[in-house]
Write a protein that binds this ligand. Structure first.
Ligand SMILES: O=C(O)C1=C[C@@H](OP(=O)(O)O)[C@@H](O)[C@H](O)C1
Ligand SMILES: C=C(OP(=O)(O)O)C(=O)O
Length: 448
């Protein structure tokens, strides 16, 4: 429940060479889905490596509110005793999803085709984010919703008592929308079809198949066509959550811009729908290698090795790559500030409706640190100052957005002067061990 506490101002001073092994926490997307799919199975799902960030903990509480039993055994090991597809009970109170778009949108989808009513809310950031992108397709199943104007939370969802299956083409590249429709389709009879023009992260599809649902994915001229057969009996699973490539981005990018660094970030999933940042960094000339490439649980996994990279060049990031690195643009813009020449990031309108308007938040903070940024509705361009050229010295607003706060902490590690954020509190939503992990590598972070 980020944003409910006292702000935690933080400052990042120019770092010593970053050295060592960075064991980042579990994947946030997979952690949410493990709890939700566990709650939809009959029996005990055992999860290890669950991300214990606030976003995921809010989803765990929500699953309990809908009737599942969720047990924390400690050390990232959890059990979920599920109630089965269509087995959700009506919650006795409002569901607070804190800062988490993924949590609220996926859970709305799951309950939308059961004859129950639930009211959802979140923090000041989540309550500004658009929900019509989810409630529009849910209405096709027969679900009703009433929220604040503009389709904002708090919002009440009245689940369809007699849902019909749906064929839906997702109008924005969003795995959350795709997943909400697929989860709603679980309790509708017949086949629900979701079509996406651009492939987004595919954890829902992979995990539904793993839990025993009948689901197929076909790449066609219309786009990616996903077909789910409703009313399956989901079988509980044993899940080892892989480490989060979006969290790995922070120690990797910090190493690239901090003189003398050499950091190993082991066991990172390189699912092609998530790995775009790493190919972009290589295109910029980063000294970043994938060691020990292997396959685990059907997903490509590698140890990332990042070394100080004084000769990076600005590039045009291919817009077709946007969905596979959507959460990584803030920290990429920091690396771009330390490269020679301009980095153009286009086709990224979605950045404006995340925990914050991320183009606006980063542009303001980069400018406060002496970096030139130009922007339009769906693009922005950073003019790099070279590896030793970023003045720093700025105080940046994190606007309830964990990725903005962490990006500016990374910037301070390589800039000439310290970089501050007004509130590092949101970091706990996705990367609760960020300060200690970066500190152990040699970063100088301070609560100010
Ligand atoms: O499905 C998911 O787990 C997520 C999907 C993405 O959001 P959108 O679906 O809004 O693109 C991403 O930004 C978010 O961090 C996690
Ligand atoms: C966009 C993000 O998360 P969510 O949409 O779940 O709030 C994120 O973690 O960068």
């Amino acid at each position: 429940m980020s944003g409910h506490g006292t702000p935690i101002p933080m400052t990042s001073h120019r770092a010593d060479p970053l050295k060592g092994v960075a064991e980042v926490p579990g994947d946030k997307s997979i952690s949410h889905r493990s709890l939700i799919l566990g709650a939809l199975s009959v029996g005990e799902t055992k999860i290890s490596g669950l991300l214990e960030g606030e976003d995921v903990l809010d989803t765990a509480k929500a699953m309990q509110a809908f009737g599942a039993e969720v047990v924390n055994h400690g050390g990232g090991n959890w059990s979920v005793f599920g109630v089965g597809v269509g087995g959700f009970a009506e919650p006795g109170n409002v569901i607070d999803c804190g800062n988490s778009g993924t949590g609220v949108r996926l859970i709305m989808g799951v309950m939308a085709t059961s004859p129950i009513t639930a009211t959802f809310t979140g923090d000041a950031s989540l309550n500004k984010r658009p929900m019509a992108r989810v409630t529009d397709p849910l209405a096709l199943f027969g679900t009703q919703s009433v929220g604040r104007s503009g389709g904002r939370l708090p919002m009440t969802i009245v689940g369809a008592a007699d849902p019909v299956p749906v064929r839906y083409e997702v109008p924005v590249p969003s795995a959350q929308v795709k997943s909400a429709v697929l989860f709603a389709g679980l309790n509708a009879p017949g086949k629900t079809v979701v079509i996406e023009k651009e492939a987004t992260r595919d954890h829902t599809e992979r995990m539904l198949a793993g839990f025993g649902a009948e689901i197929t994915t076909e790449d066609t001229e219309e786009g990616r066509v996903i077909t789910l057969t409703g009313r399956p009996e989901l079988k509980p699973q044993v899940i080892a959550v892989p480490r989060d490539p979006s969290s790995a981005a922070f120690p990797v990018c910090a190493a690239l811009i901090t003189p003398g660094s050499d950091v190993l970030v082991p066991n990172i999933g390189l699912n092609p729908t998530r790995a775009g940042l790493y190919y972009t960094l290589q295109d910029m000339g980063a000294d970043l290698t994938f060691e020990n490439m292997r396959e685990e649980g059907g997903e490509p996994v590698a140890d990332l090795r990042a070394k100080y990279s004084p000769d990076m060049k600005g590039i045009e990031v291919p817009p077709a790559r946007a969905a596979s690195m959507i959460d990584e643009y803030p920290v990429l813009s920091v690396v771009a500030s330390f490269a020679e020449g301009k980095t153009m990031m286009a086709g990224v309108k979605e950045l404006r409706v995340k925990e914050s308007d991320r183009i606006d938040a980063m542009a303001k903070g980069l400018r406060a640190n002496g970096v030139t940024v130009e922007e339009g509705e769906d693009w922005w361009e950073v003019t790099g100052l070279g590896i030793d050229g970023v003045p720093g010295g700025g105080i940046c607003e994190s606007v309830l957005d964990h990725r903005i706060a962490m990006s500016f902490m990374v910037m301070g590690m390589g800039a000439q002067n310290a970089v501050s954020v007004d509130d590092g509190g949101p970091i706990a939503t996705s990367f609760p061990i960020f300060e200690s992990l970066m500190g152990n590598l040699g970063a100088k972070l301070e609560r100010t």
